[in-house]
Write a protein that binds this ligand. Structure first.
Ligand SMILES: [Ca+2]
Ligand SMILES: [Ca+2]
Ligand SMILES: [Ca+2]
Length: 244
């Protein structure tokens, strides 16, 4: 069965608020989220690591006019086989794949695959079960345009073979769709993640964005206007000086 994160070990109610919502890279002021599968709900996380021979995938659909992806963001933790560790010293080695839908689950062979390697992890300051540091990952990809109003599946798999005492787990989100899929090998079909335990969240935390061709946010527009006014003022001053 699918390996879950030691769910009985730490049934601790977490009062920590999600401060991760505001943590993004410098490009984010112009990013438009085109699909939001949710930020971490701090409930649990699911193994997605080639080193432990398990993959996860979750579904997404893009709307008309918002169907070009240029940025992917997701969240995860590092956990040992015995349930502890939390020492992610190895470079990450992420593979992102997108699958077409095959009657409600991901197809066997990906539509496309990107070996992203180490995208740079950022500690959010939040912890899962008050122990495991939650990391955010964000990467820009070449623009990828998909068919709108069509179900696809995003699979994010790390490879922590270089770290014997930690494996990578993809955090769940509180999104409403409620399902995701897993498999153990590239050649096999996928199975629904939460069929064994419907109490555990089946959605995985990720967001898809398009960083290009966005309308600037109001603050940026104001900044540009202020800059323009400043420029005009300077020209005016110079002209006055020449006249006097
Ligand atoms: Ca380690
Ligand atoms: Ca490992
Ligand atoms: Ca889902």
């Amino acid at each position: 069965m699918s390996a879950s994160i030691f769910k009985k070990v730490c049934q601790i109610s977490l009062g920590t608020t999600l401060s991760i919502l505001g943590i993004t890279t410098g490009n984010s002021a112009f990013a438009a989220t085109i699909f939001d599968n949710g930020t971490p709900d701090l409930e649990t996380a699911w193994l997605s690591d080639f080193a432990q021979v398990e993959q996860k995938a979750d579904d997404f659909t893009l709307s008309v006019g918002n169907n070009t992806i240029s940025n992917i963001q997701w969240w995860g933790v590092y956990v040992g086989m015995e349930g502890f560790d939390n020492t992610p010293t190895e470079p990450d080695d992420f593979t992102v794949r997108i699958f077409e839908d095959a009657e409600g689950s991901p197809s066997v062979n990906p539509l496309m695959e990107m070996n992203l390697g180490d995208v740079g992890r950022v500690a959010t300051g939040d912890k899962l079960y008050e122990f495991f540091d939650i990391f955010e990952y964000q990467v820009n990809i070449p623009q990828l345009t998909l068919t709108p109003n069509t179900t696809y599946w995003l699979s994010i798999v790390n490879n922590t073979i270089a770290d014997p005492d930690d494996d990578w787990y993809w955090l769940t989100s509180a999104a409403a769709q409620g399902n995701s899929y897993y498999r153990f090998d590239d050649s096999e079909s996928w199975s629904e993640l939460n069929q064994f335990d419907s109490e555990l969240g089946g959605d995985l935390a990720f967001q898809l964005s398009n960083d290009s061709a966005q309308v600037p946010e109001p603050a940026s527009v104001l900044g540009l206007l202020a800059l323009g006014t400043l420029g005009a003022g300077s020209v005016l001053k110079r002209n006055c000086k020449r006249k006097s």
